[in-house]
Design a binder for this molecule. Structure first.
Ligand code: CA
Length: 228
C-alpha cells in the first residue's frame, strides 16, 4: 500500500508540481488549499506525512502543526518562503519535523521526507541506541563512542549532547531543545554553552572540525547529526 501524503499549499503551481512529482515517487497524494480543508482531511483520512506551506488564505500553517501535535505524531515538513530564523525555530519547537525554504528542489524534499518517515518508523519500534556513519560509532546503551575503532573519552555533558543528537539523527534539533534537554529548561538562553561543547565534540570526533562531516550547523536554528 502506498504512503499517503497531504500537501497543504495555496499556490496552484507548487501544488501541482508536488502532486505530480510525489505521485511519480509512488505516494498517494491528497491536496488542501486552506487550513480548514487540511484540518478536515487530517480528521477524516489521516495521512502518513504532511507537506505544509505557512502562508495560507485562512491562517498560518503553524496553527495546523500545533493542533496536529495534540493528537498525532504524523511527520510534518514545512515548505515556506519565510526565512527568518525565529519562525523556523517556532515551527520546529511546535513539532514540525523539518523546514525547507522556497525555492526548493523536489529531490531535497524527498530526501527530507524519507528521513522523517524513517525516523518515525524507528521511534515507533525501538529507541535508537546505535549510530554508525563514516568511522563514527556511538553506542548509547554501552556508553561507548569510537572513531575509526578507537574509543573516545567524552565528558558526561559531551556524551549527553551527542546522545541527544543521535536520538534525532538526520533531523535538526533547535538550540532551545538541546539546551533544555542537556542542561535543563532554565538554560535555554545559554547558547554559549552549546557553542563551547559543540566545539569540544567536533575537536574529538571530526577529522576536520572546521568542515564537520557529522555535527552539522543549521545556521541560527540548531544542529543536525548527519545520518547519511
Ligand atoms: Ca502560500
Amino acid at each position: 500500500m502506498s504512503l499517503k501524503v497531504l500537501v497543504v499549499e495555496d499556490d496552484r503551481e507548487i501544488r501541482a508540481l508536488l502532486q505530480s512529482s510525489l505521485s511519480v515517487e509512488g505516494f498517494a497524494v491528497q491536496t488542501a488549499v486552506t487550513l480548514s480543508e487540511a484540518t478536515a482531511l487530517l480528521r477524516h483520512d489521516p495521512p502518513d506525512l504532511v507537506v505544509l506551506d505557512l502562508g495560507l488564505p485562512d491562517g498560518d500553517g503553524v496553527q495546523l502543526v500545533r493542533e496536529l501535535r495534540q493528537t498525532r505524531s504524523t511527520p510534518v515538513i514545512v515548505v515556506s518562503a519565510r526565512h527568518q530564523e525565529a519562525q523556523k525555530i517556532e515551527l520546529l519547537d511546535a513539532g514540525a519535523d523539518d523546514y525547507l525554504g522556497k525555492p526548493f528542489s523536489v529531490a531535497e524534499l524527498l530526501a527530507r521526507m524519507r528521513v522523517a518517515l524513517r525516523h518515525r518508523g524507528t521511534s515507533l519500534a525501538a529507541a535508537v541506541t546505535l549510530h554508525e556513519l563514516d568511522g563514527l560509532r556511538v553506542d548509547l546503551a554501552a556508553r561507548v563512542v569510537q572513531v575509526n575503532g578507537a574509543a573516545l573519552h567524552l565528558t558526561p555533558t559531551e556524551f549527553k549532547l551527542l546522545a541527544r543528537l543521535v536520538r534525532s539523527a538526520g533531523r535538526v534539533v533547535t538550540h532551545r531543545q538541546l539546551l533544555s534537554d542537556v542542561w535543563g529548561p532554565e538554560y535555554t538562553d545559554h547558547t554559549h554553552y552549546l557553542r563551547l561543547y559543540m566545539g569540544q565534540l567536533r575537536a574529538k570526533i571530526e577529522r576536520d572540525p572546521a568542515e564537520p562531516r557529522h555535527l552539522l550547523t543549521e545556521t541560527g536554528v540548531g544542529y543536525r547529526l548527519a545520518d547519511s
